[in-house]
Design a protein. Structure first.
Length: 235
C-alpha cells in the first residue's frame, strides 16, 4: 500500500498538526505501508489558472512547470491520500488548497453520473483510493472542524475515493504544552498511531479510535483562561 501525506502546516514537522500526523503515519509504516510526506512549505506550487490544458492539450499534465509535476504522479499511484492542515478560518491552509486545486489533472474532462451525481471520471489504475485527513485548531470545541470535514468529504467524492476518517485535535496547542510537562496525554498519540495501523490493515478507522484522538484534554474554561493569559504575554 502506498500512502502520500501532504502537510499543509507552515510549521512543517514542528507544528501542532504534526503531533497527530506523525504518529498516524508511524502506525501506517508499522503496518507495512510505504509512506511519503510532502510539506507545502517546501514546495513551489502556483495557483490553478483554470485554462484546462491539463485536460485537452496535454491530458494529465499541467502547463505550469513547478513542483506539482513531481507530486501529481505520486498522487495518481497512491492508495491512500492524507491531507493534513491546521484549521484556518474554518478551512484548510491556503497552500494546501492550491495543491488540491491543482489535482484537476487527476480527472478527465467528460462528465459521468456516479451515485446519481455529476462527476468527472478519474485517471490512473488505483481502485478503492482512500482519503483521510488530520487537522488541529486552537478552539476548544470539536464542531469547529465541521466545515473542513465537509469539504474534504466532497473532495473525496470528486476524486472517486472513499473518505476514511478525520483525526481532529481541538484545543491543539494544549497537547504540546501538556506533553512537554509530562502530563498523561500520550494516549492521544497512541490513538493516532493505532488509527494509522487500522487504516492499513482493515481499510477503515474505528470511531472510538477517532474519538480518542479528539478527546478533551482539560475543561473549556480552564483552557480559555490559559490561552488568554498566553496571548496577553505575547502581546
Amino acid at each position: 500500500m502506498k500512502v502520500i501525506a501532504i502537510n499543509g502546516s507552515p510549521h512543517g514537522d514542528k507544528g501542532n498538526t504534526w503531533l497527530i500526523l506523525g504518529p498516524f503515519l508511524e502506525g501506517m509504516r508499522a503496518a507495512g505501508a510505504e509512506v511519503k510526506v510532502f510539506e507545502t512549505k517546501s514546495l513551489t506550487i502556483r495557483p490553478c489558472q483554470g485554462e484546462y490544458s491539463c485536460w485537452f492539450r496535454t491530458p494529465g499534465r499541467c502547463f505550469q512547470d513547478d513542483d506539482m509535476q513531481t507530486l501529481l504522479p505520486e498522487l495518481l499511484t497512491a492508495n491512500v491520500l492524507v491531507l493534513a492542515t491546521p484549521l484556518y478560518v474554518d478551512g484548510m491552509a491556503g497552500p494546501l488548497k492550491m495543491v488540491v486545486d491543482r489535482m484537476i489533472p487527476m480527472g478527465e474532462p467528460r462528465i459521468v453520473s456516479r451515485e446519481d451525481h455529476c462527476r468527472h471520471p478519474g485517471r490512473g489504475d488505483v481502485e478503492d483510493r482512500k482519503i483521510a485527513m488530520v487537522s488541529n485548531c486552537g478552539f476548544w470545541e470539536l464542531d469547529n472542524f465541521d466545515a473542513l470535514v465537509a469539504h474534504v468529504k466532497a473532495i473525496a467524492k470528486n476524486l472517486d475515493a472513499t473518505f476514511a476518517g478525520a483525526l481532529l485535535r481541538p484545543h491543539g496547542p494544549a497537547l504540546k504544552a501538556m506533553l512537554d510537562q509530562h502530563m498523561p496525554v500520550a494516549d492521544v498519540l497512541d490513538a493516532a498511531r493505532d488509527a494509522g495501523r487500522q487504516l492499513v490493515e482493515t481499510g477503515s478507522i474505528a470511531p472510538e479510535t477517532l474519538s480518542a484522538v479528539s478527546r478533551p484534554l482539560l475543561p473549556r474554561d480552564m483552557y480559555v483562561a490559559i490561552a488568554n493569559e498566553h496571548m496577553a504575554r505575547r502581546g
